[in-house]
Design a protein around this ligand. Sequence first.
Ligand SMILES: Nc1ncnc2c1ncn2[C@@H]1O[C@H](COP(=O)(O)OP(=O)(O)OP(=O)(O)O)[C@@H](O)[C@H]1O
Ligand SMILES: [Mg+2]
Length: 359
Amino acid sequence: MSLEKLQIYDLRLIEQADLALSPSFNLIYGKNASGKSTLLEAVDILSRGRSFRSRIVRELIRKDAQYLTLSASILDSSGLKHRVGIQKQRQATRLRIDGKPIQTMSTLATLLPVQLIHPEGYTLISGAPPERRAYMNWGVFHVKHEYLSVWRRYQRALQQRNKALRVHAPKETVSAWHTELQQTANEIDTLRSNYIAALTSHITQYSNLLFANDVVRVDYKRGWLNEESMFEALERKLPIDLDRGFTSVGPHRADLAVYLHDQQAAAYASRGQQKTLVAVLRLAQASLLLATQQSSCIFMVDDLASELDSDHRKAFLSALKNLKCQTIVTAIDPAFVNGEDFPEGRVFHVKQGRVQRSE
Ligand SMILES: Nc1ncnc2c1ncn2[C@@H]1O[C@H](COP(=O)(O)OP(=O)(O)OP(=O)(O)O)[C@@H](O)[C@H]1O
Ligand SMILES: [Mg+2]
């Protein structure tokens, strides 16, 4: 799939921009504060409903404007064209696909699988577990469409149990949620562990490409002990949870341990190695998506030159080409990004929020 046209109104410093993107490779360059990351933010908001840089809508809307509007035409994996749009005001979001209003962001997210690497993205390795759960969730969501409904069921039951814990409800009221939590937790666990098992050979493939040999390993942790059922875990933790007022076990506490040379990458890998690990993990997801869904994702890299050195950049870009990913990268200096593998690639120059196709 790919984005053909991208239109932006009133996003940060961009008053209006209109980009006709190449389905293969796009380089966006410009000086500091010209609006490069803002362009990637636009695609991120279209795909996930929010930006990788801020959850606060007020910050995203251009100063003096009331709302921001993004729209795009998309070519999906079966070659069908769709028109998608999102409008964000401080308090409300409106979504449209093919002229019709839609209620949930997941419909847009399904159409637009986006992988993003940005300068703070190494926190996928060294940051807190939510980063890695979001990584797993992205993968399972795009490969198994039943995931979202079971995840929502789990979240609903979890919220109810937490509410009961907070108000110090009787134990029976708290435990009443344990059967539903166990059932949904088991389904989530099965989907996630199968996904990570399928991802492993793809991780090895890109580990071999970017680290020269097979040195990357991931270990899925489901969020409660392997030797007990979720039900048993919830019962065992009940006194502690009542004391703390929240549920301390379950898929909402899952994690993915990442190892480099059998050492925990968060503590052992250099910053550059952590960034390369992020590239390995994200390429692996794109590769599995292509293998199982015949769907290619959009791959964006903010400030490519600061993410990978020149040898890694070359290998990384050729991997994206093989994965048929529509690629959008930004750079301060276009000389740092070699797009020669992409004769049909396009280059855009951004200056003070205005975008122009160059060449
Ligand atoms: N809501 C807003 N309204 C107007 N301008 C904004 C708003 N939010 C941010 N800006 C401005 O937008 C610019 C940021 O643009 P952006 O981060 O996209 O630049 P960049 O080209 O990625 O820069 P760098 O190379 O430093 O990463 C800043 O000058 C910032 O002050
Ligand atoms: Mg930037």
